[in-house]
Design a protein around this ligand. Structure first.
Ligand code: ATP
Ligand code: MG
Length: 605
C-alpha cells in the first residue's frame, strides 16, 4: 500500500494555508457562496430565537410574561406560521446555492486535476498505480465536494447554534446554565479524544478496502493470465481474506462509533436529567417560571445535539483536509505538455534527420542500472535503420528516448540537428509516428481507434488508411464494419489485426519520422506478409527506425545497429555485417537461417 494514503494531515500553519488554497476554486462563485453563508447564519439565528418562543408563550399563558412583547397566545400561532415559511424559503435557497457553488467549483477542480494528470510525464504514471490516481479524481474530490455542499455549512450552523445557544441560556436562566456549562467541556474533550481514535480506525478501513479493490482491478484486468495459470482458487482465497479483513476492521469501527454515541448520549442525558431536577427545585421555590424551564430544556437539547454532531463533522473536515493535500500534491506538479499549446497544429516542418550522440540513460525508477551506454547513431531524412539485439538490450528504450518519454542523463538527441530538449514536446511528438511492440487499443470501435491518429479525419481518409494498412478487408468482413467494438484494450482482435490498426492510425497521423517496434510474438506467415506490406506502405517517404526481431524484414535497410547490454557493438548494412568474422549479427543470421533450413528439412523428410 502506498504510504501517501496513510499519511495523516499534519496541523501546521503552512499545511493549513496550503489546504485552504482550494477556496480559489470557490472564488468564481463567491457571491453565491457568501449569500448562502448569510442565509445559513441568519437562518440559524432565527431558529435559535424562535426556540425561545414556546417558553415565553407558556409564561404568557400563565400570565407571567418575561418580556413585554404585548403578545397574546394566539398571536404566537401566527408568528410561528410566518417564521416557518420564511425558514423554509431560506433553506431552499441556501441548499441550492451551496450545491451550485460546490458542484461547479469541484467540477473545475476535477477538470484541472484530470488535465494535470494527463499532461504528466511517463515517469509519473510508472510511480503510481492506476487505482490510486483514479481515487484522487473520484473519492478525494467527492469528499471535498461534500464538505463544500454539506459539511462546512453544517459545521458553521452548529457553531452559530452553540455560541448563540450558550449566550441565550446564560441570559435567560443564569443559575441553571452554570451547572449545564460545567458538563459542557467534559463532553467536548471526551468526544475529541474519541473522535481522533475513531478516525484512525476509519482510515485503516479505507486502506483495507482500497487493497481489496486493487485485487479486483488487477485480476479483472488480467483475467486471461489468471485463467491460464488456473489461479482462480488462489485469487478467490486472496480476495476472500482481504474482504474478511475489511469486515473485521469495519465491525471494530462500528463498535467504536457505537461506544462513542452511547457515551455522549449517556453523559448528555445524565446531565439533562440532573439539570431538570435542579430546575424543578427552582420552580418549586419560586426562583424560576415554568416557561423558562421549558425554554431551557429546549435549548439544552439543541445544544446537546450540536455538540454530539461536532465529532463527526470534525472528522469529516479533517478527512477532507487529507484529501485536499493529496489533490494539491498533484495539482502543484509541473506538466510536460501545455494543453493550450498542444491543440494548435504542429509547425515544426522538419526533414526527419535523427541523431543520437553518446547517449547514456538509466530509468528514473531504477537509477543505478545504466540501460544505455554511449549510444551514437544517425538516420538521414527518408533513410531506414534497424535496431537488433537480445531481449532487454535497450531497443525499445532508444525509441522511447526519441519520443522524449524520459530525460537522458548523458549525451544528446537531435532531430534535424536540433537538440530535442529545445523543441516543444507536443510538436516533437506530432512529427513521430509509432507502431509499438504491444499495440494497445481503446475499448471503442475500430473507427475510433483508427481516427485516434487524426481526430478530424474524414471517413474517406480513414478508409484509405485502412486500405494501405491491409486492414480494410478484415474490417469489412465484420458485420459491423468500422463500427465493430474491439473490446477492452482490443482483445477481440488478433495480434496481426491490432498491429494493422496501429499502422492505419500511424498512416493517418502522417509523421515525418516513423518508429516500428516489431512485436516479439511472431505472426503466422500470412499475417506477417500482410503486416509487412502495410509497413512498407507506411515507410514510404519517411525516416524509419525499425526495431527488428526477424532479420528478413530488414535486409535492405541503410544501416543496422546491433545492441548488446546497452552498447552498440556492430553497425553496417546487412551485407557487410554477415561478412564480419565471429560477428554477433552474423551469428543471429546463421541461427535464423539454420532454424529455417531445419524447419524445411523436417517438413521435407
Ligand atoms: N519503464 C522501465 N523502468 C525501468 N526499467 C525498464 C523500463 N523499461 C525497460 N526497462 C529495463 O531496461 C532494459 C532495456 O529494456 P528494453 O525494453 O529497451 O529492451 P528491448 O531491447 O526492447 O527488449 P525486447 O526485445 O524484449 O523488447 C531492460 O533491462 C528492462 O528491464
Ligand atoms: Mg522492446
Amino acid at each position: 500500500m502506498d504510504n501517501k494514503e496513510n499519511k495523516k494531515f499534519e496541523f501546521t500553519g503552512k499545511n493549513l494555508k496550503r489546504a485552504l488554497s482550494v477556496f480559489s476554486y470557490i472564488k468564481p462563485y463567491r457571491l453565491q457562496f457568501i449569500l448562502a453563508m448569510f442565509l445559513l447564519v441568519a437562518g440559524s439565528l432565527i431558529f435559535m430565537l424562535i426556540m425561545g418562543l414556546p417558553g415565553e408563550m407558556t409564561n404568557t399563558a400563565i400570565g407571567k410574561p418575561k418580556f413585554n412583547f404585548g403578545l397574546s397566545v394566539s398571536d404566537y400561532g401566527w408568528i410561528f406560521l410566518i417564521v416557518l415559511i420564511v425558514q423554509g424559503i431560506m433553506s431552499y435557497f441556501r441548499t441550492t446555492l451551496f450545491a451550485l457553488v460546490s458542484e461547479k467549483g469541484m467540477a473545475n477542480m476535477r477538470k484541472d486535476l484530470y488535465n494535470k494528470i494527463i499532461t504528466q510525464p511517463i515517469v509519473f504514471f510508472e510511480e503510481r498505480r492506476v487505482g490510486e490516481l483514479t481515487s484522487r479524481i473520484t473519492t478525494d474530490i467527492e469528499q471535498l465536494q461534500s464538505v463544500f455542499s454539506i459539511t462546512l455549512a453544517e459545521f458553521i450552523r452548529q457553531l452559530v447554534v452553540m455560541v448563540s445557544g450558550v449566550i441565550i441560556i446564560i441570559y435567560w436562566t443564569p443559575g441553571l446554565s452554570m451547572i449545564m456549562l460545567m458538563t459542557f467541556p467534559v463532553v467536548v474533550i471526551v468526544s475529541m479524544f474519541f473522535g481522533r481514535y475513531i478516525k484512525k480506525v476509519s482510515r485503516q478501513r479505507q486502506d483495507q478496502l482500497a487493497e481489496t479493490n486493487t485485487i479486483v482491478e488487477e485480476t479483472f484486468q488480467s483475467f486471461s493470465m489468471v485463467k491460464s495459470f488456473v489461479n482462480e482458487y488462489f485469487e478467490s482465497l486472496r480476495y476472500g481474506k482481504s474482504v474478511d479483513k475489511v469486515v473485521d476492521i469495519s465491525l471494530r469501527y462500528a463498535r467504536l462509533r457505537g461506544i462513542f454515541f452511547a457515551f455522549i448520549i449517556s453523559i448528555l442525558f445524565g446531565a439533562i436529567f440532573f439539570i431538570l431536577w435542579r430546575g424543578a427545585l427552582m420552580v418549586e421555590t419560586g426562583n424560576m417560571e415554568s416557561g423558562d424551564l421549558f425554554s431551557f430544556i429546549i435549548y439544552t437539547t439543541i445544544l446537546g445535539s450540536a455538540i454530539a454532531s461536532f465529532g463527526n463533522l470534525y472528522t469529516q473536515m479533517v478527512g477532507a483536509l487529507g484529501a485536499t493535500e493529496r489533490i494539491l500534491e498533484i495539482l502543484e506538479k509541473d506538466e510536460e505538455i501545455d494543453l493550450s499549446e498542444s491543440k494548435k497544429p504542429g509547425t515544426l516542418s522538419i526533414k526527419g534527420k535523427v541523431t543520437l550522440e553518446n547517449v547514456g540513460f538509466s530509468y528514473p525508477t531504477r537509477k543505478d542500472v545504466e540501460v544505455l551506454k554511449n549510444i551514437s547513431l544517425q538516420v538521414e531524412p527518408g533513410q531506414k535503420i534497424a535496431l537488433v539485439g537480445q531481449s532487454g538490450s535497450g531497443k525499445s528504450t532508444i525509441v522511447q528516448l526519441i519520443l522524449r518519454f524520459y530525460h537522458i542523463q548523458k549525451g544528446i538527441i537531435k532531430i534535424d540537428d536540433k537538440d530535442i530538449t529545445t523543441l516543444p514536446i507536443h510538436q516533437l511528438r506530432k512529427e513521430i509516428g509509432i507502431v509499438p511492440q504491444d499495440v494497445i487499443l481503446f475499448g471503442g470501435t475500430i473507427l475510433e481507434n483508427i481516427r485516434y491518429g487524426k481526430p478530424d479525419a474524414t471517413m474517406d481518409e480513414v478508409k484509405e488508411a485502412a486500405r494501405l494498412s491491409n486492414s480494410l478487408q478484415f474490417i469489412e468482413s465484420f458485420p459491423d464494419g468500422f463500427e465493430t467494438l474491439v473490446g477492452e484494450r482490443g482483445i477481440k482482435l488478433s495480434g496481426g489485426q491490432r498491429q494493422r490498426i496501429a499502422i492505419a492510425r500511424a498512416i493517418l497521423k502522417n509523421p515525418k519520422i516513423l518508429i516500428l517496434d516489431e512485436a516479439t510474438s511472431s505472426l503466422d506467415a500470412e499475417s506477417e506478409k500482410l503486416v509487412q506490406e502495410a509497413l512498407e506502405n507506411l515507410m514510404i517517404g519517411r525516416t524509419s527506425i525499425i526495431v527488428a526481431h526477424r532479420l528478413a524484414t530488414i535486409k535492405d535497410v541503410d544501416c543496422i545497429y546491433v545492441l548488446e547490454n546497452g552498447h552498440i557493438v556492430e553497425e553496417g548494412t546487412h551485407a557487410a555485417l554477415i561478412q564480419l568474422p565471429g560477428g554477433i549479427y552474423a551469428q543471429y543470421a546463421s541461427l535464423q537461417f539454420e532454424q529455417k533450413s531445419l524447419f524445411q528439412e523436417n517438413i521435407l523428410s
